[in-house]
Design a protein around this ligand. Structure first.
Ligand code: SF4
Ligand code: SF4
Length: 135
């Protein structure tokens, strides 16, 4: 009797699933802003205009997803590139909170999946920074 009941339940589920609407969202999502919560930790974006290449974000990142490369171009000026590996990122937000220049933030959109790990490495910010001369 119990076996018949289970079989009936399974058949009912199969029929229900067969005719049900999809419960997942097909990617890419066109209207992401409508899909994700405003506090969603999506893509990390950098602002070249604000970033001075201080490296605080890279030092605080617990998983080394941010790496700052810099060269001294000449006395007092340096050029820098802030590399970001989003396959390593834990989306903890420590870098966003630590940046003294508000130069990085999460945006309300998703990160595209990749099959090659190298494609997950992007440049977050780049620029040159002129140190202020002491009076
Ligand atoms: S993003 Fe902010 S903390 Fe990171 S290097 Fe640029 S200015 Fe410094
Ligand atoms: S969100 Fe967290 S894990 Fe990701 S880069 Fe920033 S500090 Fe690192």
């Amino acid at each position: 009797m119990k076996k018949t009941h289970s079989l009936h339940h399974v058949i009912k589920e199969i029929i229900h699933t067969f005719f049900a609407q999809p419960t997942t969202i097909e990617m890419p999502v066109e209207t992401v802003a409508d899909r994700f919560h405003e506090n969603y930790h999506g893509k990390l974006e950098g602002d070249n205009q604000k970033c001075i290449g201080c490296g605080i974000c890279a030092r605080i990142c617990p998983v080394a997803a941010l790496v700052l490369e810099q060269d001294d171009v000449e006395s007092g000026q340096r050029s820098f590139v802030l590399n970001y590996d989003y396959s390593q990122c834990a989306y903890c937000g420590l870098c966003v909170d630590a940046c003294p220049h508000d130069a990085i933030r999460f945006v309300n959109t998703y990160v595209n999946p990749v099959t090659d790990k190298n494609e997950a490495q992007v440049i977050l910010t780049r620029g040159t920074y002129q140190k202020r001369k002491k009076d």
